[in-house]
Design a binder for this molecule. Structure first.
Ligand code: PHE
Length: 349
């Protein structure tokens, strides 16, 4: 047996002995690789006569071809084996129930926000915004609460540790009313704006949270007055609650930025342990309102001799709670999945 015959036999033996794809790769490298057997064999060519070279070359080419074919064949068999093994071990059960997942729900506050915005937009009110970190000037002074005004202490204010500037110190706004002034400074009357946003007061129990949301409305025009305010409050609340005969009660009150000022109540009664609105003679407070104080108009660059304004502010959580029967205010902010599931709304509702 010549060396070449022996080499050929060894190749076939090693190929046949491979039992997986990685060992066949190793054998392929050992034969055809850069430092493999063939390269080594080719080196012996240089000491041969041209005739020997031709004979040897022919033989080695023949062997290469056969070995390659065998390698290919074996690789294919091993690949099929491999696939077979995977198919039988990696069983996919298409009937297995899917992992449970929790689809998103619309938070009752978002739902309420959307609904009340829709009602206000239908009256031509446009959205206005203001910062949650507000200046002392905008939150108080511009709203007719100068320094040391007793009404400032009614709001349990969170003051920021940020250096004061010409607008006083910075604080977390205690109501959305500063947006009234911002809207007036940005737009010329007549105007109709509303705002919805978070406000902050240092308070915490079942009916108070340090953060809550308000909805604020402002209308400034030549001859709007208290009568418009009454009609308007009544109409938007009837629409929002979808109760045509909802009754409203206006109680005189005090806000430094409105004169006269009222607190607005809606009627209800308890039927079979449930609160029912629009009937009965019990009253529930829903927010504050009034005719904008001339000083506030002037801080908003509005000529108070020519224009008048009406404004209102409601608690958004209060509206949501009354409409959808959410029991405890704190639930709104605790991100408890069980709460979300009981009070959330489908996106498609
Ligand atoms: N800003 C008042 C509050 O937070 C509510 C209000 C708004 C009253 C607008 C009158 C007019 O209590």
């Amino acid at each position: 047996m010549s060396d070449l015959d022996r080499f050929f036999a060894t190749c076939l033996f090693e190929i046949d002995n491979c039992s997986d794809l990685s060992s066949i790769d190793a054998v392929r490298m050992a034969i055809f690789g850069k430092n493999g057997k063939i390269t080594e064999i080719m080196k012996s060519l240089k000491n041969m006569t041209p005739r020997e070279k031709r004979e040897f070359g022919e033989k080695i080419n023949n062997i290469k071809e056969k070995v390659r074919a065998r390698l290919q064949e074996k690789t294919r068999t091993l690949e099929l084996d491999d696939m077979e093994k995977k198919l039988s071990s990696e069983f996919v059960d298409v009937f297995m129930p899917a992992r449970p997942y929790s689809p998103g729900l619309v938070h009752p506050l978002s739902k309420t926000e959307e609904e009340i915005s829709g009602v206000l937009a239908s009256y031509g009110f446009r959205f206005a915004d203001g910062p949650e970190i507000e200046s002392e000037y905008m939150n108080f002074t511009a709203l007719n609460m100068p320094d040391h005004h007793p009404a400032r202490t009614m709001h349990d204010t969170f003051y920021m540790k940020i250096p004061a500037d010409k607008d006083g110190c910075k604080l977390l706004r205690t109501h959305t009313s500063p947006v009234q002034v911002r809207a007036m400074l940005q737009h010329k009357p007549p105007l109709r704006f509303f705002s919805i946003g978070r406000v902050f007061r240092n308070d915490y129990d079942a009916t108070h949270t340090p953060m809550f949301s308000q909805i604020e409305g402002l209308m400034v025009d030549i001859d709007v007055g208290f009568a418009h305010l009454k009609w308007f409050m009544s109409d938007i609340l009837k629409q929002f609650f979808a109760i045509p005969n909802l009754a409203l009660r206006f109680r005189t009150s005090f806000f430094p930025f409105t004169e006269p000022s009222v607190e607005v109540d809606i009627n209800y009664e308890i039927k079979n342990g449930k609160v029912v609105f629009g009937t009965g003679d019990k009253w529930m407070e829903i927010g504050g309102a009034g005719v904008v104080h001339p000083t506030v108009l002037e801080h908003g660059n509005v000529d108070a001799a020519k224009y008048q304004g009406i404004a209102f502010g409601f608690g958004l959580e209060r509206l949501a709670t009354l409409k959808y029967g959410v029991p405890d205010l704190r639930g709104y902010f605790e991100s408890d999945d069980r709460w979300r599931k009981s009070f959330g709304f489908s996106f498609f509702a």
